[in-house]
Design a protein around this ligand. Structure first.
Ligand code: SF4
Length: 383
């Protein structure tokens, strides 16, 4: 396939594909799927070898958010029966983080529900970062606290944060359909504030919200322009009790095409397989390792992932290796002098080009398990 040869050559040269080429990846057929995965896999191996970086989520504050992001189980008016709790204390958060690090994670992602932190919240999170860094030598810490106000990114950086996550989630054109309480521009601004403060930016998307192929290409191209160091790709978990509960559009094949497109557009960036992988990729998860170089270990913010041990076995069985703490994730040319070198989740009518994938697929509500263990509970975490 000429298209795939072109995309591989561009990926190896870190050259941006055209929008039409990115759209063609999404429109490719199931018969072409393994060729698409193999082609994007060449680009992945060029920049990241066979390494898989593990990241571990700690939900510092769960539920009761005043924002209305329709994909989110923690949103205003959510009827999802998730864990709800206020800020974990620094030692509680550090204990949860230590479980992830012991499981092989090199980055801990500290997430809190809400529009954005108050200055007091930044103080709290700063103490938590300090506690985690003190108890887990060499661990990277990413904060995901929502929209930032002036000076907050600098304060988090000074407290030892390595990275900040804030996802664009979907295209600018459809952003207003999924959230009304803040704008796409607000999100872009927060990512830029983090970058300006010397934090490694992490910003990604959520697929499966009923968006078109054009929307997916728009958001991935917008991310490439924003130039984060890591791009988490989430697949919508349609939680009962949220407005998107009936949006079951994704198939494993569709997810693989989306990940391949993200890899071709962001060849040398940490592309992370994020929330929803177990629900939508299911037994095809190992193929995704040929496309992404990073995953979350264990559970998500409000839902349970597969057992941490199963994640590690999957990586080994597929012929990949867990990235060690002493290894720099990004290729040398991307490692900035300050702040760089290193996620996320705070996650229209389908287009004709999306073909069979765009139809409603079988709802797999049996695979959506609300998190009942780890941070905010008395039960041991999954790591
Ligand atoms: S995504 Fe973040 S800001 Fe939006 S509703 Fe969920 S917790 Fe609140």
């Amino acid at each position: 396939m000429d298209l795939l040869n072109t995309l591989v050559e561009k990926g190896l040269r870190r050259e941006l594909p055209t929008r039409d080429e990115a759209l063609a990846v999404l429109a490719s057929s199931d018969d072409e799927l393994l060729d698409v995965v193999a082609a994007a896999g060449k680009v992945r191996r060029k920049w990241f070898g066979r390494r898989v970086k593990l990241n571990y989520l700690v939900n510092l504050k769960s539920g009761l958010c005043p924002e209305d992001c329709s994909y989110c189980s923690q949103r205003l008016g959510s009827k999802a029966e998730i864990l709800k709790y206020t800020w974990l204390k620094p030692d509680e958060a550090s204990e949860a983080a230590a479980a992830g690090v012991a499981g092989g994670a090199k980055r801990v992602c500290l997430v809190a529900s809400g529009r954005g932190p108050t200055d007091r919240d930044v103080d709290r999170v700063s103490q938590t970062i300090e506690a985690i860094k003190e108890q887990n030598e060499g661990v990277e810490v990413c904060a995901c606290l929502g929209l930032l106000s002036e000076g907050q990114a600098e304060r988090l950086r000074a407290a030892g944060a390595d990275a900040y996550n804030h996802n664009l989630n979907t295209s600018e054109a459809t952003y207003g359909d999924i959230t009304t309480t803040h704008t796409y521009a607000d999100r872009v601004e927060t990512v830029q504030q983090a970058q300006q403060a010397g934090l490694s930016a992490c910003s990604g998307l959520i697929a499966g919200m009923g968006e078109s192929d054009e929307d997916l290409v728009d958001v991935v191209f917008a991310l490439r322009e924003l130039d984060p160091d890591s791009v988490p790709v989430n697949f919508l978990i349609p939680f009962e009790g949220t407005p998107l509960a009936k949006e079951w559009h994704l198939t494993p094949q569709r997810c693989l095409r989306i990940l391949a497109m993200a890899r071709f557009v962001c060849p040398d960036v940490e592309v992370r397989l994020a929330g929803g992988r177990e629900v939508h990729l299911r037994s095809m998860q190992p193929l995704a390792l040929h496309l992404v170089n990073s995953i979350f270990l264990g559970d998500y913010l409000t839902s349970e992932g597969q057992a941490g041990k199963a994640d590690l076995e999957m990586i080994a069985d597929a012929g990949f290796e867990v990235e060690g703490a002493g290894t720099t994730t990004l290729p040398e040319h991307r490692v900035h002098e300050e702040g760089g070198g290193c996620g996320s989740v705070c996650s229209a009518e389908p287009s004709a080009a999306a073909g069979a994938d765009a139809e409603q697929s079988a709802a797999r509500t049996d695979l959506v398990a609300v998190r009942r263990r780890g941070a905010g509970t008395d039960l041991a975490p999954n790591a």
